[in-house]
Design a protein around this ligand. Sequence first.
Ligand code: GDP
Ligand code: MG
Length: 164
Amino acid sequence: MPATVAIIGRPNVGKSTLFNRLLRREAAITHDRPGVTRDRIYAETDLGGRKVAFVDTGGLEMEEQVEDIQAAIFAQAREAVKESHGILLVMDGREGLTALDERVAAFIRTSNKPVLLAVNKIDGSENADLMLAEFHGLGFPLLAVSASHGHGITTLREQIADFL
Ligand code: GDP
Ligand code: MG
């Protein structure tokens, strides 16, 4: 059985884009509408000679107009976290830290599993360090990435391999 990493975060931060990027697949099925993921949500890849499975979350249930989007996120996150060895938390560096991010982070903290925070959408940013500053307060090891442009993905893969 491969080690499993759950990709967790509020809608639209780029989880599915990152999932596809980590799997080195071109067929990224993402959408501007928050929470839309029509692709497979579980796939394996090789990380440093080791098989690792990534689980994308926040897709399927939400296609059916979920009333309470937060409840849906947490329900999915809870399941994914339970089944995973590590957590890849994703946030949106352009939007900055939101109240929902803080709630997701607080929930993840209770899992006692290794966590890595990817601050996404750093493309086009003048100063990635400044963008990262507010996320340091969450207390997770973090790095800046751009899922759509591929920045930081090699480092991300290395760090995931290390923390598992
Ligand atoms: P999810 O809801 O968290 O799975 O987010 P998606 O992967 O569906 O992405 C949501 C939106 O953000 C889409 O329009 C993506 O194209 C866009 N997006 C994802 N990653 C990046 C990135 O690194 N930079 C920018 N500028 N946009 C991104
Ligand atoms: Mg998605």
